[in-house]
Design a protein around this ligand. Structure first.
Ligand code: MG
Length: 399
């Protein structure tokens, strides 16, 4: 295998994802395929390794039932090998991953739990670097809580000295041949119950070096862990989009204008194919822009006679539907009207309420403001009006 011109002395990562992981919420399916900020836990875990410069190839070990889940969740990457199928226990799944890497010139292997998507590059670095001097490396954290041991009666029997006690994390790093032989030896001995690979390394008498883990590198096990991980993800990296819209219409002879969904008596009217509501048109474009879904002209072609004289509230309502279809939630809308007359201030709240009624967004998240153009330019000469708008959308699913 040739990766980036490198053909030997390669470092591989095995991501173990074959468990049923139902404790994190039975209805939602195996936890490694549940979504964190719009991407599967497993996809995020694999990303951490394919993105790391010291890792040359990555393979996931999956359950035989999960082929479709995997194909839907994980995108192709030059470093990513096709997944291999796991066994009945974690140990057997790791052995399957090691088997799939045999003959690929791998000298170092990192073995990682799919349910630890928050693995950081520095921890991976520490493990890989230590493999130059040691055959087995375990990232871990000193135990911080005071530990108690109870008797069969549930009462405390003793306080356990926590000095020199560590909580094991992954990725656990090994010289490839060493851990492969250890797995073969365990299988030959009829053992299939090792819950982690350093446990197996200890069993064959390998020295295992401890390096610092990372407190953020938590394992998602329960439904509560999953909820906390999702919350952390939303808080740490919300996918916020801001769309901008601009519109202008000519002022002609007439007796009213439509602005932001409100009909105002005026000495002129706005000219246009529809009701020429510049405010709603700019806002419609801002919403479509936030989800990169074209513009008002592409959704409602002016050449189409059905939009002649149409009320613009249906354009805005359609844009709101498009935002939702892309998985977006509208958090804020802002419209600026630029005109010499009529006065907007007295109608501001009516306009905010009109937009609220059309969009279903509370008026507190809707801003309407106005300015004149200081009597200069086409707006200053009352030849036309301008509207500008922004819309802020938080993406809650892949769009
Ligand atoms: Mg327009």
């Amino acid at each position: 295998m040739e990766i980036h011109g490198k053909t030997e002395d390669l470092t591989a990562a095995i991501v173990v994802a074959a468990g049923r992981g139902m404790r994190a919420g039975q209805a939602a399916g195996p936890k490694q395929y549940q979504l964190l900020g719009g991407r599967a836990v497993l996809a995020r875990t694999l990303d951490a390794f394919t993105a790391h410069p010291s890792v040359d190839m990555v393979i996931a070990v999956i359950h035989a039932d999960d082929g479709d889940l995997y194909a839907n969740a994980v995108s192709e990457h030059a470093k990513l090998l096709p997944p291999t199928l796991g066994g009945a226990t974690r140990q057997q799944s790791v052995a399957a991953g090691l088997g799939a890497l045999t003959g690929k010139n791998v000298t170092r292997v990192l073995i990682h739990d799919a349910a630890r998507p928050f693995i950081d590059p520095d921890t991976i670095d520490r493990v890989v670097t230590s493999l130059t001097s040691h055959a087995a490396v375990l990232p871990s954290l000193p135990v911080a809580d005071t530990l108690k041991r109870t008797g069969a009666d549930g009462l405390i029997e003793a306080t356990v000295d926590r000095t020199r006690l560590y909580a094991a994390q992954t990725p656990q790093g090994f010289h490839f041949d060493g851990i492969l032989q250890a797995h073969e030896k365990a299988a030959d001995a009829g053992r299939s119950d090792f819950s982690d690979d350093t446990g197996l390394a200890e069993w064959v008498g390998m020295d295992v070096l401890i390096v610092d883990g990372d407190p953020r590198n938590v394992k998602i096990t329960t439904a509560q862990d999953m909820a906390q991980a999702q919350e952390k993800f939303v808080m740490s990296a919300p996918d916020v989009r801001v769309g901008h819209g601009y519109d202008t219409h000519q002022l002609v002879d007439g007796d009213h204008v439509w602005l932001c969904g409100v009909k105002l008596p005026h000495t002129q009217s706005l000219s246009g194919h529809s009701d020429a509501d510049v405010g709603l048109h700019a806002l419609t474009d801002a919403l479509l822009a936030a989800v990169a879904d074209g513009d008002i002209g592409s959704h409602f072609p002016p050449s189409d006679p059905q939009w002649k004289g149409a009320r613009s509230d249906q354009f805005l309502a359609h844009a709101v539907d498009r935002v939702r279809a892309h998985g977006g939630r509208i958090t804020h809308m802002d419209v600026t009207l630029v005109c010499e007359a009529p006065k907007i201030g007295p109608h501001r709240d009516e306009m905010r309420n009109a937009i609220s009624n059309i969009t279903g967004i509370e008026a507190a998240r809707i801003s309407v403001k106005a300015t004149t153009n200081e009597k200069i330019g086409f707006v200053g000469r009352n030849e036309g009006m301008v509207a500008m708008a922004t819309a802020t959308v938080v993406m809650e699913a892949d769009g």
